[in-house]
Design a binder for this molecule. Structure first.
Ligand SMILES: [Zn+2]
Ligand SMILES: [Zn+2]
Length: 209
């Protein structure tokens, strides 16, 4: 970018060349510094005659004058310069797809939840009705999980967060292994386990005495 100005760049104060100020702080500095030069001549701004600017500040004001763009726009329009710097290009998007032609039934969330293993929750009902609903949910999900476990081992999804977990949730837990460690331990480990057991029994007997 050509007209980029670094706000951190040090610039010279127009009143006193000994003052070197960061560009972003110059405005504040000028307000204070001009008080030291009360006799400075006031001149008109090129962009708006109402602006009366102390002569040393004129260049700085011209760079930042709020009315500058009004004049510049008319200059650029006369010169035929493209003002729109970031034009939006017309992108061709193919539109062969038409969803209106698809003959698909409307999505019914109630029906969908009923046919899937989604735990539903009844909020606005009497305690008895809610209890009844929970029991029915349990039965429904139990049946569905039986069907799906025959098909595959997909984990169950849940729609409600604050409801009690149904019995079918148990299939999410890792399977417990029915056999003990000693069963698959080779001879040496087996001996070690036997020794630990007998020592434990002995110390237990000692404690009893
Ligand atoms: Zn100054
Ligand atoms: Zn001005």
């Amino acid at each position: 970018m050509d007209n980029f100005v670094d706000p951190e760049e040090k610039v010279m104060c127009p009143y006193n060349p000994a003052h070197h100020i960061m560009r972003k702080r110059l405005n504040t500095h000028l307000v204070k510094c001009k008080k030291n030069y009360p006799d400075t001549k006031l001149v008109e701004c090129d962009f708006n005659v109402i602006h009366k600017i102390p002569e040393p500040e004129l260049q700085y004001h011209h760079e930042n004058c709020p009315d500058r763009h009004k004049i510049e726009i008319s200059i650029y329009q006369e010169a035929g310069v493209e003002i729109n710097k970031f034009p939006i290009h017309n992108i061709h998007v193919p539109t062969d797809e038409c969803w209106d032609d698809l003959n698909v039934p409307t999505y019914d969330p109630k029906k969908y939840c009923e046919s899937k293993e989604i735990l539903r929750h009844l909020d606005v009902a009497s305690a008895g009705q809610r209890r009844q609903f929970r029991m029915e949910e349990r039965r429904r999900i139990g049946q569905l999980s039986n069907i799906s476990s025959m098909k595959s081992d997909r984990p169950m999804s849940r729609a409600s967060t604050n409801s009690t977990p149904g019995p079918s949730n148990r299939k999410d837990l890792p399977e417990t292994r029915g056999h003990s460690m000693a069963e698959e331990a080779p001879g040496e480990v087996e001996n070690l386990l036997r020794r630990i057991k007998s020592e434990a029994n002995q110390s237990f007997r000692l404690v009893k005495k």
